[in-house]
Every structure is written in C-alpha cells, then in structure tokens.
Design a protein around this ligand. Structure first.
Ligand code: ATP
Ligand code: MG
Length: 483
C-alpha cells in the first residue's frame, strides 16, 4: 500500500516549522517515518526512450561518479501520465561545485540556493542538490521555490557561499516533502530505473487528484504562488483539486498581492501560454484568484454590452491555446493587449464622454490602465510598448486613404494588431467589413492595393491634404492628433 502522505510528528526542538506548524515527520534519528513506495521498472511506464538524451547523459555521469541521480518533478509526473515533458529536472546529493566539476558545459546559478545548468545547445538540464525544508520561514528567499532558474541571478562560479550548506541541502525525503503537490514529488532513479514516491503521489496520479503536500493553508501562506500553480496543473492535467487543497484558496487568494509583480509576470505567462489558457482562466475566476492578477479586467468583465457578457478575453485565450497547440509563436504583447483591452475601451469611452478628443482619450486610458496593472503584474517594456501599439492601431485601421494603409502594413506590430482586429470583429465589436478589407489588402498585389486605397475617403483633418503638405512625415507611430 502507498505510504500515508506526510506525518506530522517532529521532535519539538528540531521541528522544521512553517508558520508554527511542523511540516513533516522525523523520527528520533532524524529520518522520515514514512517509507517511500518504490515502484520497480516492470511496474511503471517510464522507459529511457522517452527521456531526453541530454538528461540521460547528465544522469549517468552523476551516477558513475557515485552520486544519487534522479529525475524529479514535472517530467516524472508527465512521463507517468504518458505525456511529453516540457523539460527534465535532475536532483542529486552532489553539491553544486561537485556537479559543476563533472561537466565542462555547466555553470552554477542562483545565489542562496545554487543550482547547476548543464547546457547542450539549446537544451538546458537543470541539476539541483537535494534541498532541505527551510527551518523557519525567514530563511526562505523571496522566490522560495523558484526552480526554473530562468531568472535566478547568475552568480558566476566564484561567488562565496552565503549560507551554511547544512541549512540548505537535505535528504531526498526532505527534498520530496518540501515540494508543492504530491504528483510533483515523484523521482525516477537512474540507478535501478525505479520510481520513488514518499507522498502517495502515484495514488493521486491514478485518481487524477492534485493535493498539496502538508497542510494546504500553511503551504499557500508560505508561497501564495502555489495557488496559481494548483490551478495551472489542474487545468493542464485535467485533474481535480482535492477538497482540502481547494478549501482555503478563496480565503487566501488576496495573499497574491504580496507576491512581487515580476514573479507574477513569469507565472502569468505559464498560466496563459501553456496551451490550457481557457480552462486555467475559468478556474482562476472560479477560485477568486483572477481578480488579484487582473483587477481591472475582472471589473470590466462584470459589465455587459447590449445584454451580452464581454467575450473578447475567452476568445483571445482560445486563440492562444490553438496557436500554442499548433506550435505557432505567441507573444505576451498580444495576451496583455487582449486581457486589458476592455478596460482601455471603457476608460476611453468615459474620457470621450467628457469631451476629450479620440487620440488623447485613447492615449490617456492606455496609460492609466497600464499603470494600474503594473502594480500587480510587471509587463516588461519590450511587451508593453507593442501592446500599446496593438491598441492604438485599432483606431488607425480605419484610416486607409493615401499612404496610410501602406504605412500600417509596414508596422512591426501589424500582424498582431491585425489578429486583434479579427478578434474584435469576431465578437462584433469591430466592423466585419473593415477586417475583410485588411485581409484582402494583404492578399492582393500592389496595383490592387492602390485601387483599394484610392476608394477611401480621407477622414477630416487627416490624410491627403496633410500628407501632401508634409511629404516626408516619417512614421505611422505618430498618429494624427485629431479625427
Ligand atoms: P511544468 O510542466 O510546468 O514544468 P513542473 O512541475 O516541472 O511543471 P516547475 O515550475 O518546472 O514545474 O517546477 C519543478 C518542480 O519544482 C515542481 O514539480 C515541484 O516539485 C517543485 N516546485 C516548483 N515550484 C514550487 C513551489 N512554488 N513550491 C514547492 N515546490 C515547487
Ligand atoms: Mg518543469
């Protein structure tokens, strides 16, 4: 039978506590009471043919040097489910310096919890040392469990060790129970090809259940991002949140406001660019989490247009999912443009009603919405600039006389802005004929394009007259100030 998930007895003086709660059980010798379930090769579906060659190279090199050598986390979970893993994470009992010495293509990253990245061309295999449970919360770094290392500061190989290793590195059991969900804490041991399970993760995989390791409330308080991860995995795997895991989420959702916006940005991309954005979005709203990521969006969704709920966001997310699943590129600029558009539109409308001209109203509304959003989720400039361009091009799509349409076509954001126009047309917000005009304009040759624009009457105050006077006016980015 599978071992019971994490017992909660620890000698009082040694207890690794999290908000005053012991997290897992140690016996008097300091080893866990739980015996892991070991599933032999014959009884699980993970074959080496399914593991990336580079990950295998790393695993064997560690094993041959006499170290523990295992796959862990999402890759084991996905392989057990017959899915293709996104990436392969390796854990070992070797220390970062020892790991680095085994590979010429390796570097140590991260400051407090150091990891090793072993690079093979475009593939990076991340190798971590078994990690201890933090002895108290203050020992945790700001991004406590950030495993990807993507943003971890490159420390260079010479960086001095800041904390004593015994506080940071632990046993395999500890490494298991400090992970977030039972299904994310399975190991594949390359020494005997077994799967090792300390927390009944295999049982939960079979039942399609996502369960927090330890006490859900404490673990969500310890790192509120785990609530987002819960929803993300539930959507991706089609799993149900186990009752006690789901129970505290609504009450704790507001803790997301304590997460640094830069980390939230990383999480938002994982939530919406993983191929399951629509389900994820619905679950986020169901659990009251979405309002803490996109408060303005949540508010704008409550409004209805002519009796119909606003549908641009779900459509955009469905589009994004389709693109991800066809391996087409997606950009955060488009994602954020869609998520925030309704708020921009509503605020623009309010400013217009107060007598502001269209250009200024759109500009101000975009500014205000972006500023408010940045308090919750960072949007790096390289995405917020094109996002605003996508928005402002929506107005410019209507002005097609003279050279205007040609100039728009050359804009770097044309493709994304055009896709956005199609989306708006689909939900009946933009004129379908306008969208068709642009579809045709791209498809036809130069002569035909000129004929198409010749039929356009310049809007008052823009277009032909102005263009003739200022022939060399440089860029379409400077939209005319008045309509
Ligand atoms: P994905 O398929 O999205 O990569 P993953 O499970 O591999 O899913 P990662 O973010 O790559 O997720 O993290 C790798 C592993 O690290 C997780 O499976 C989990 O064991 C552990 N982990 C990551 N983030 C946390 C966290 N916030 N708290 C506890 N454990 C975490
Ligand atoms: Mg992963």
């Amino acid at each position: 039978m599978a071992p019971k998930a994490v017992l909660l007895y620890v000698p009082a003086d040694k207890a690794p506590t999290i908000h005053g709660q012991p997290l897992f059980a140690l016996d008097r010798k300091g080893t866990t009471i739980n015996q892991p379930l070991v599933i032999s090769r014959a009884q699980h579906p993970i074959s080496r043919a399914l593991i990336s060659e580079n990950a295998l190279k790393v695993l064997y090199r560690l094993k041959d040097a006499g170290y523990a050598s295992l796959l862990v986390g999402g890759c084991v979970r996905d392989l057990m489910l017959g899915r293709e893993p996104k990436d392969f994470d390796v854990v070992t009992d070797a220390r970062p310096e020892q790991i680095r010495k085994l590979f010429h293509n390796a570097r140590v990253i991260g400051r407090r919890f150091r990891l090793v990245h072993v690079r093979f061309g475009r593939e990076i295999i991340e190798v971590a040392t078994f990690r201890a449970i933090p002895r108290d919360v203050s020992e945790e770094t700001m991004r406590p469990e950030q495993e990807t290392g993507e943003e971890a500061e490159e420390s260079g190989d010479e960086t001095p060790i800041e904390a004593p290793d015994h506080n940071i590195f632990g046993s395999q059991e500890e490494d298991a129970v400090r992970r977030d969900f039972t299904v994310n804490a399975l190991y594949y041991d390359v020494r005997d090809f077994s799967v090792i399970d300390y927390v009944s993760g295999v049982e939960d995989l079979k039942r399609g259940v996502l369960r927090v390791i330890g006490d859900p409330e404490s673990r969500f308080r310890e790192d509120p991002v785990r609530m987002l991860r819960a929803v993300r995995f539930a959507a991706k795997l089609g799993f149900k949140l186990e009752d006690s895991t789901a129970a505290p989420i609504r009450d704790l959702a507001s803790l997301l406001t304590t997460v640094p916006p830069a980390r939230m940005f990383e999480e938002v991309l994982k939530l919406f660019h993983g191929g399951y954005a629509l389900e994820t979005y619905e679950l986020l709203r169901h659990y009251g989490l979405f309002q803490h990521l996109f408060p303005l969006t949540e508010k704008s969704l409550e409004r209805e247009e002519q009796g119909f709920p606003v549908t641009l966001v779900p459509r955009a997310l469905a589009n994004t999912d389709a693109r991800v699943n066809e391996d087409k590129p997606v950009t955060p600029a488009f994602l954020f443009a869609a998520l925030l558009w309704e708020s921009v539109r509503q605020q623009t409308g309010e400013l217009l009603a107060r007598g502001m001209n269209r250009y200024d109203a759109s500009f101000r509304a975009a500014d205000a919405v972006l500023r408010e959003q940045l308090r919750h989720v960072t949007i790096p400039k390289r995405f917020s600039v094109p996002m605003r361009e996508i928005w402002s091009m929506q107005d410019r799509f209507e002005r097609r006389a003279g050279q205007q349409a040609f100039r728009l076509l050359e804009n770097k954001c044309f493709r994304a802005a055009y896709d956005f126009l199609l989306l708006r047309a689909e939900i009946g917000e933009a004129d379908a004929a306008l969208a068709e005009w642009w579809t045709r304009f791209q498809a036809v040759g130069d002569d035909e394009r000129r004929a198409m624009t010749a039929q356009m009457v310049p809007a008052p105050g823009t277009g032909q007259r102005k263009r003739r006077r200022r022939r060399r006016r440089p860029s379409s980015a400077q939209a005319p100030r008045h309509e």
